[in-house]
Design a protein around this ligand. Structure first.
Ligand SMILES: Nc1ncnc2c1ncn2[C@@H]1O[C@H](COP(=O)(O)OP(=O)(O)O)[C@@H](O)[C@H]1O
Ligand SMILES: [Mg+2]
Length: 264
């Protein structure tokens, strides 16, 4: 009998048949997908379908009731490093400066290495002039950039991002989306990017994993074949992919709303 085919070794993450419930509430049902080296995978699905739960499981913050997550072929040893989270709210320490917040995640490295990394990520996120500012002196967009800078400073194998733009106003979101697109292209980041915003997914991802309503199952995996330099938000090719994703998700969102209403 032939051996089962293994993915090439460039697979960074292999999520295999992950299922999870909170008490009697089933939240994820046998979810499988891979994230290859240098790839951005967007995870979309209706509100409450288990996206944040899945990200917590991928990051090793939560143990799934069934299935497993392999990092480069091995089960991560129960800790999130070297996978790194960027949360929906900014999760910065208010009493530390921009540079102080970044320094915190670099404990244990040689002083020269710490300074070099801080310089590098501040430049990457256009924050060099604000290194001594405190979070309350910064706009929401800038605070979220600090969150990204802090995550990049760790040089994570995979960046895990949970709706990083959703708490920002519309204009800031557009500006930061452009910056993320540029950064992902330039820095060759490997990431799982959770969003409920289809335009973000289409703009940033190489592939989009579409989850069903709760319990989340993989409904489809859609490659974004449009070359990155041609990904203007309103280009016909982008709008066509966005429409395809919307068609996949619309029925799920409607049914999820109905189920919510029925349960009340
Ligand atoms: N710690 C928890 N305990 C119990 N229920 C939870 C917990 N976290 C999330 N849930 C529930 O699980 C479902 C999925 O949540 P979540 O993963 O946050 O979904 P999403 O990020 O897709 O909106 C929701 O119905 C939510 O209320
Ligand atoms: Mg969520």
């Amino acid at each position: 009998m032939p051996l089962p085919q293994r993915e090439p070794c460039s697979v960074q993450l292999d999520i295999q048949s992950v299922s999870h419930s909170y008490g009697t509430l089933p939240v994820l049902d046998s979810v499988s997908f891979t994230v290859r080296d240098g790839e951005v995978v967007a995870l979309i699905g209706p509100s409450g379908c288990g996206k944040s739960t899945l990200l917590a499981i991928v990051g090793g913050l939560l143990r799934p009731q069934a299935g497993a997550v392999f990092q480069e072929g091995e089960a991560p040893a129960g800790c999130i490093n070297p996978l790194t989270y960027v949360f929906q709210d900014f999760a910065l320490l208010p009493w530390r400066s921009v540079e102080g917040n970044i320094r915190l995640v670099l404990r244990g490295l040689a002083a020269r290495e710490v300074e070099a990394r801080i310089e590098e990520v501040l430049a990457q996120t256009h924050l060099s002039d604000f290194r001594r500012a405190y979070p309350k002196q910064l706009s929401g967009g800038m605070r979220q950039r600090v969150g990204i800078a802090r995550a990049l400073a760790v040089r994570p194998a995979v960046l895990l991002m949970d709706e990083p733009l959703s708490s920002l106003d519309a204009q800031t979101r557009v500006i930061l989306l452009d910056e993320f697109a540029e950064l992902f292209q330039r820095a060759g980041v490997t990431a799982v990017y959770v969003t409920h915003n289809l335009a973000e997914a289409v703009r940033l991802a190489d592939r989009v994993v579409v989850l069903s309503r709760r319990p989340g199952r993989v409904k489809d995996v859609v490659p974004i074949a449009v070359p990155r330099p041609e990904r203007a938000i309103d280009s016909p090719a982008m709008l066509a992919v966005e429409r395809r994703l919307w068609n996949l998700i619309r029925d799920e969102a409607v049914l999820a709303d109905q189920e919510l209403a029925d349960a009340r």
